[in-house]
Design a protein around this ligand. Structure first.
Ligand SMILES: Nc1ncnc2c1ncn2[C@@H]1O[C@H](COP(=O)(O)OS(=O)(=O)O)[C@@H](OP(=O)(O)O)[C@H]1O
Length: 485
């Protein structure tokens, strides 16, 4: 013992005598001293060691309960600088909804597009971000709307310690989803009789230079900013894979959505409830599996595929197929490192939380419904293509706080973006009709055009979804998705 410790010990025993502890035996005194020292140590640790600080709870109704926190995450701080590359038809709207919820609850600032996508399908440039004033001038925390990824420009907008992640889906399932959604949009799909017909002879229908045909070939590769029309070679595929690996810390899989959410929550140090979600943007469902995502029993004739046609689609999308296989293997390595048993426990917990929240929030036991059946027009999802895109009805009679928390979980992407936009830019001129959803086409005037000014030599044209395309001499176009879902 040092002199200082001896002194402290003596002064402590004097105080204990003063408190009446002199009646206790020596064993009890020693125990009491130990307890006092341990308590003081804890207190100092909490005060001075920041890594002991538990993640701040989102001010969500659900997270107030212990179950909503989930199993402990250890000594980490919640990540609040996040870039999510929102790939198409991969469950990305469900993930964006989580990011919107988390950011809203934590009062974070979103890098939002002027319209609904960041200039897609053109490669991303920082000027597409509303409120961008130059590299690192304005502070943005979360970015997650559709874009064609281009890292040097994203880096101008997001802080250096940003966590980059994205999600992939099996290219055959993705092709079905894409065909159903973009049937009338991608010329290659429009011309074919069905997906099977397209798979049998894609070159008959596919013209690489036609606008929106990127939805028909290696769509993931395209979204990651790579050349989706390049001829497949293993060397090329590996180079692309390496680029994705370099740029993204975590790649999720939509087929293993719940396991993905567990990995994500641990990577971000987030409470369980932030990654509990209801599947958004699903095609009309037949049955609902336990995992909570909407499955399809019988596909419409135009989407039916033989085993050979599935194989042909893999070959047609060979670059995406490579990417999917490579990251599928990485994904399971991560699960292995995480611990299979621990993963199973957390997935079970996540699913039971989803069931609890579905019972609280959703009408008809949580079954998604056709947009036309949703009484509140403000939460009807956007419709496109061959099939009906489903949404949810809220349970009637909820108290206001619960209603708001539930609403956040089912609010479709477009309406949610409008709401956040309005909060972040209360004084800016908003789109007429913002935050009001309807099934009808409502083309909105885009405020960014008025702010930046339309240049001489540019002409306005609309894309399939109401996006305003500004065409100039070099044929560059800007998107401002202007159709409400
Ligand atoms: N939780 C979960 N797990 C697995 N799959 C899910 C989940 N949530 C949504 N989905 C399915 O994702 C498809 C929609 O994808 P996106 O939201 O990325 O579409 S979009 O690009 O934003 O239009 C769409 O696929 P299809 O139904 O096959 O079209 C959704 O059903």
């Amino acid at each position: 013992m040092t002199d200082y410790t001896k002194q402290s010990f003596l002064s402590l025993s004097r105080r204990m005598r003063w408190l009446g502890c002199y009646r206790l035996g020596p064993m009890w005194k020693a125990l009491l001293v130990f307890v006092v020292i341990a308590f003081a140590g804890q207190l100092l640790g909490v005060l001075f060691n920041k890594s002991w600080v538990q993640p701040e709870r989102p001010r969500s109704l659900f997270s107030l309960s212990e179950n909503g926190q989930g199993p402990p995450l250890g000594s980490c701080r919640p990540q609040t600088h996040i870039m999510f590359l929102k790939t198409h038809k991969t469950a990305s709207s469900t993930i964006l909804n989580m990011l919107y919820r988390f950011g809203e609850e934590q009062g974070l600032r979103f890098a939002l597009p002027m319209g609904y996508q960041f200039g897609y399908p053109l490669p991303f440039i920082a000027q597409r971000v509303k409120g961008y004033r130059g590299p690192q001038v304005a502070k943005f925390d979360i970015m997650g709307n559709h874009m064609r990824f281009y890292k040097p420009e994203v880096e101008k907008v997001m802080p250096t310690n940003t966590f980059y992640f994205s999600i992939l889906r099996d290219p055959v399932a993705l092709a079905e989803s894409s065909y159903a959604y973009y049937k009338n949009v991608a010329p290659a799909f429009r011309r074919s009789k069905g997906l099977g017909d397209f798979a049998d002879n894609p070159n008959k229908y596919y013209e690489p230079r036609l606008r929106n045909n990127h939805y028909a070939r290696n769509l993931l590769w395209f979204d990651f900013g790579l050349d989706h029309n390049a001829n497949y070679s293993l060397a090329l595929a590996k180079r692309g894979e390496a680029v994705v690996r370099r740029n993204f810390k975590l790649i999720l899989l939509s087929e293993y959505f719940d396991q993905s959410m567990v990995l994500l929550r641990h990577a971000l140090c987030w409470p369980l409830d932030t990654v509990v979600s209801f599947s958004l943007n699903a095609r009309q469902q037949i049955s609902k599996s336990r995992s909570g995502w909407v499955g399809k029993a019988a596909a419409p004739a135009s989407l039916q595929l033989t085993v050979e046609q599935r194989q042909k689609l893999r070959e047609w999308n060979a670059l995406d197929w490579h990417l999917y296989q490579a990251f599928n293997s990485t994904f399971w390595d991560k699960v292995e490192r995480f611990g299979r048993e621990k993963m199973d426990t957390e997935v079970t917990l996540l699913r039971s939380r989803r069931e609890v929240l579905a019972r609280i929030c959703l009408r008809d036991g949580g079954q998604p419904v056709e947009a036309s059946r949703i009484r509140d027009r403000a939460i009807r999802p956007f419709q496109s293509g061959l099939v009906k895109i489903l949404g949810y009805e809220l349970q009637p009679g909820l108290d206001n706080a619960t209603r708001q928390a539930c609403l956040r979980m089912i609010r479709p992407e477009i309406q949610y973006k409008d709401l956040l936009d309005l909060r972040q830019f209360p004084r800016a001129q908003q789109h007429p009709g913002a935050a009001v959803a309807g099934n009808a086409l409502a083309v909105k005037k885009d405020s960014s055009l008025h702010r930046t000014g339309q240049q001489a030599g540019e002409s306005l044209e609309r894309d399939w979804d109401g996006t305003i395309l500004v065409r100039n001499k070099s044929q560059e176009h800007v998107d401002i998705k202007g159709k409400l879902r």
